[in-house]
Design a protein around this ligand. Sequence first.
Ligand code: DX5
Ligand code: ZN
Length: 221
Amino acid sequence: NTNYLIAPSILSADLARLGEDVERVIQAGADVVHFDVMDNHYVPNLTFGPMVCRALREYGITAPIDVHLMVKPVDSLIPDFAKAGANIITFHPEASEHIDRTISLIKDHGCQAGLVFNPATPLHYLDHVMDKLDVILLMSVNPGFGGQSFIPHTLDKLRQVRTLIDNSGKDIRLEVDGGVKVDNIAQVAAAGADMFVAGSAIFNQPDYQEVITQMRQQLSK
Ligand code: DX5
Ligand code: ZN
């Protein structure tokens, strides 16, 4: 009876027809648009910024937009993304000089805030900020590229964070990002995730609705 969210990563969308492709994946039953921002500095790749987020809003996309900031520094982009239509903004704690300040900045701009943990980033970053978070995102691949394989150790980390969230009594989403597909989504959910990013697994198939339906079937088992 968990309310699961499926968040296609537009990193794997048809970038030359982004509006249409995002529209199509939302029509196919996706809940949230996962928007990967890479700066060729914090991560080795370069994607898109607030202007592209705004363009999706102007195109008519009304679904929540989940902005995953893989950038350093972080803070200067937050007001721009909030104005461009972001709903959730997550960032990597090691990319921020002042984690508490960055979280406050996101919330002061009316967005939900989340911390992102790379596969080897320790969870102690949660220690003093847990009660300010709306989302905790665990990377199940090293950030920078779509189409990588799920790192199995993430399942242990998900279970640890699920316990922390349950003990906190707070309503915090546990999002997972990287290598999620129909074949492993049930296992990832069983470890405690309730929000699933999937890029290549959805956009590399011709029928998005079929993939999303299969994912939901896995989640309802
Ligand atoms: C990786 C990105 C992911 C990526 C996921 O740095 O944060 O969102 O697009 O792609 P898949 O689902 O193909 O692993
Ligand atoms: Zn991402």
